[in-house]
Ligand binder design. Structure first.
Ligand code: AMP
Length: 406
């Protein structure tokens, strides 16, 4: 997104909120404690709720009535008690230290009646948007019904802004007064700085399961990054494109041609693509199975790769150490299964040890790995949206942000 477009994104502090009803789209798609009855469920990780507090508190301090809208899980258009936002409303009430009313639905006459009875400064958590199939269908009438609840619209759901859903896109056209919340502003500022003028060297570290999810990002990084480190299973498809043997490792055969193409483009543009030159491999993927480090890049037919090897760790760490700007998305191996987390941990430590470097990490697994290692506070910006941050870095904009500017 060009600089001037970013400037057009109005933020909540530029809106007059006093005595207004403000509909804030938040991303409260939080994990709940498993194995509980629907009525006894609790939020097991409050991060997303805490991240939204500055925007909610600002609206309340300005004298607004706050209506919060979110999805939770995948109820696929049916009312699913286990995916009620009730546990979130309970948590939010504790965090805000004031009552949070749970609405019986997110649209309709019963919700309208409840809102009409509220006094200024009240907080309402609307029920799960995805109890209505119209939310994901970006349905016109549903967007209108949501918009009818409020005077002002604020999007603080960065993690949902890559989706053209009713509460993120359709609803926005019905509001004159609209803007981004503080969380969205923080995300856009951090990610935009990677796109516009990153301090060099700019090193991107990509990993995870599939090259298909990130090949678009690699293309968009080529004109910007100085080096791209690639680990995880996505590296195997790129290695295959170079003629390296990958044994039984996870490969996307239909992407080998595209992988060859992106490697050629990187070479033409002088961007170093660093692929693993050794691997940790096993004959069977189960906890406690024997593993061995390969001598080189090839993986024997009877083995499959589960992590990057010690030489790759050393080589990747050396590239990381030279960086002034880092983008990291995706683990280097099957980090959920110890000891296959060694590569991911070593990279996390290398990124965290950099003192004068602007670092951005995104993606659920990357954030989980950093958090397991106790290193999150050593990262300049942790993105709350995995898919949304990838989409933003790929295209420079998101449907939910474009809607706010229209
Ligand atoms: P993604 O959602 O694309 O970032 O992928 C994350 C997933 O990639 C994690 O669940 C990892 O276990 C998985 N992954 C990373 N390396 C490998 C590997 N060598 N083989 C299979 N899965 C992997």
């Amino acid at each position: 997104m060009p600089q001037e477009q970013r400037m057009e994104l109005k933020t909540i502090d530029q809106l007059s909120l006093a005595h207004k009803r403000v509909l804030i789209r938040v991303d409260f798609n939080v994990p709940l404690t498993p194995g509980q009855k629907a009525s006894e469920q609790k939020v097991s990780d409050a991060t997303r709720v805490r991240e939204a507090l500055p925007t909610i508190q600002h609206a309340l301090a300005q004298g607004a009535t706050v209506l919060l809208a979110s999805h939770l899980g995948r109820p696929r258009g049916t009312v699913t008690p286990a995916l009620s936002l009730k546990p979130v409303a309970t948590l939010l009430q504790e965090l805000l230290g004031r009552p949070v009313h749970l609405a019986p639905d997110c649209v309709g006459p019963a919700v309208q009646r409840q809102i009409n009875q509220l006094s200024v400064g009240a907080v309402v958590m609307l029920e799960n948007l995805r109890f209505h199939a119209e939310e994901e269908a970006n349905d016109l009438a549903f967007s209108r019904a949501l918009a009818d609840l409020a005077d002002i619209y604020v999007n603080d759901a960065f993690g949902s802004s890559h989706r053209s859903h009713a509460s993120v896109v359709g609803v926005v056209q019905h509001f004159e007064d609209k803007g981004a919340g503080f969380l969205v502003r923080r995300e856009v500022e951090a990610l935009s700085s990677l796109l516009s003028a990153p301090d060099r060297p700019f090193v991107a570290i990509l990993g995870g399961a599939k090259v298909s999810d990130k090949i678009g990002l690699i293309h968009s990084l080529l004109p910007r990054a100085d080096a791209i480190i690639i680990g995880g299973a996505m590296a195997y498809t790129l290695l295959r494109a170079q003629g390296v043997k990958t044994g039984g490792s996870l490969v996307e055969p239909e992407k080998i041609g595209e992988a060859r193409n992106v490697l050629q483009q990187a070479q033409q543009q002088g961007v170093g693509i660093h692929l693993p030159q050794d691997h940790i491999v096993t004959a069977e993927m189960r906890v406690g199975a024997a593993t061995v480090a390969t001598a080189g890049a090839d993986i024997p037919d009877t083995q499959l790769g589960v992590d990057i090897g010690p030489h790759s760790i050393a080589a990747f760490r050396a590239v990381v150490q030279s960086a002034r700007t880092i983008l990291w998305n995706g683990p280097m191996g099957i980090f959920e299964m110890s000891p296959y987390d060694r590569g991911t941990r070593s990279i996390a430590e290398a990124v965290a040890s950099l003192s004068s470097c602007f670092s951005v990490a995104g993606g659920g697994d990357t954030v989980a790995a950093l958090s397991q290692a106790g290193l999150t506070d050593r990262i300049s910006h942790i993105s709350t949206g995995g898919g949304a941050s990838l989409a933003f870095l790929e295209s420079g904009d998101l449907p939910g942000l474009a809607a706010l500017r229209s």
